[in-house]
Design a protein around this ligand. Structure first.
Ligand code: SAH
Ligand code: SF4
Length: 359
């Protein structure tokens, strides 16, 4: 089988080259060709000697999943659907803003964690993505977005906030982070790469030393009983342990705060008492709160909080001195907003059957 070089970080690519009897510095050249110039055809890597190119053609490949569709929202948000056999597809979203361009990438086909308000969670789980499949999303987006004539980066930020729980795919994700951060890869600073997790604590402990990027934690509830219901993983890693892990992460993090994400669900977690509990909960953790209006999907069973409720919740937090932002809903006309990503998932967890009442 030929090796897919797209998914090798620099140490792994260097080792592979050495095994082929090649010089280690070729890793830098190859990475630049693949990740910076978007080249997938070895025969077009013109500054590589012919015999080396022939060796690459025989032993290796730059394999990217097939692009199934591209959609563009009225607000400029773009979404790509990539085919992953058999019968699966994952989604990647680009969100242009005034001062940055953010690419939201997926890390798993579906998600096993089953948060009750999340379309991905509803769909069940198929498998982890490989490093190459994670990186291929950035590769495709770069191809589609092209180059800025002024030489500005079009993708200035990458967030691991698409389909899946990145910390349940730890090995592939950290290698993808290596490539995103590598000067010969995508050259992003650690501050511009954000991993979002619902709180897989053992993996978070490992991440802080291995690849401490900016961290977003999906909180969504200020007490254990409510969070147990919304984010079932909380039953395993409850809030006090999560807060302690966040504090430890900050010792290594590239930013001096954690972002807490909080989806506002009408009548469920958006009342004054919840705001008060939240203020208490995060008191000791330097943080910013990112409030997310719930994005609906069919049969979710939840409603978005009214704008008055959202504003009141935000003000309560702000009055307590918490920096609180409200995430703008982007791309919902193409189902690209947070929590709406569904792709196509061949569920192997049998969740859809259990939900339909089957044994
Ligand atoms: N599994 C990771 C990353 C992917 S989810 C995590 O949970 O953090 C990315 C973000 O979208 C999370 O904060 C998640 O809670 C939020 N989200 C999920 N469903 C949503 C919905 N229906 N509306 C708005 N945000 C949602
Ligand atoms: Fe998985 Fe994140 Fe969705 Fe929860 S919110 S089901 S962890 S993708």
């Amino acid at each position: 089988m030929r090796t897919n070089l797209l998914g090798l970080n620099r140490p792994a690519l260097t080792q592979w080259l050495e095994e082929q009897g090649q010089k280690p510095f070729r890793a830098r050249q190859l990475m630049q060709w693949m990740h910076q110039r978007g080249e997938s055809d070895f025969s077009r890597m013109t500054d590589l000697a012919k015999p080396f190119r022939s060796l690459l053609e025989a032993q290796a490949e730059v394999e990217v999943p097939r692009l199934l569709s591209e959609q563009c929202s009225a607000d400029g948000t773009r979404k790509w659907l990539l085919a992953l056999a058999p019968g699966n597809a994952i989604e990647t979203v680009f969100i242009p803003e005034e001062d940055r361009g953010t690419l939201c990438v997926s890390t798993q086909i579906g998600c096993a964690l089953a948060c009750s308000f999340c379309a991905t969670g509803r769909q069940g789980f198929n498998r982890n993505l490989t490093t190459a499949e994670i990186i291929a999303q950035v590769w495709w987006a770069n191809q589609a977005l092209g180059h800025d004539p002024q030489g500005e980066r079009i993708i200035s930020n990458v967030v691991l906030m698409g389909m899946g729980e990145p910390l349940l795919n730890y090995d592939a994700v950290v290698q993808a982070l290596d490539i995103l951060l590598d000067d010969f890869g995508y050259g992003l600073s650690r501050r511009r790469v954000t991993l979002s997790t619902s709180g897989v604590l053992p993996a978070l402990e490992r991440l802080r030393e291995r690849a401490p990027v900016a961290l977003a934690v999906s909180l969504h509830a200020p007490n254990d009983s409510l969070r147990n219901a919304l984010v079932p993983l909380n039953q395993k890693y409850p809030l006090q342990a999560l807060m302690a892990a966040c504090l430890r992460y900050l010792e290594y993090a590239p930013r001096d705060f954690i972002t807490f994400e909080y989806v506002l669900l009408d009548g469920v977690n958006d009342q004054a008492v919840h705001a008060q509990e939240l203020i208490e909960l995060v008191r000791t953790v330097p943080c910013k709160i990112n409030l997310i209006p719930f994005n609906p999907f069919p049969d979710s069973g939840y409603r978005r909080s009214s704008s008055q409720t959202i504003q009141a919740f935000r003000q309560r937090l702000q009055q307590a001195g918490l920096v609180t932002t409200l995430r703008k809903t982007r791309g919902d006309d193409i189902d690209a907003a947070c929590g709406q990503l569904a792709g196509q998932v061949v569920d192997r967890s049998r969740r859809h059957l259990r939900m339909a009442g089957a044994p």
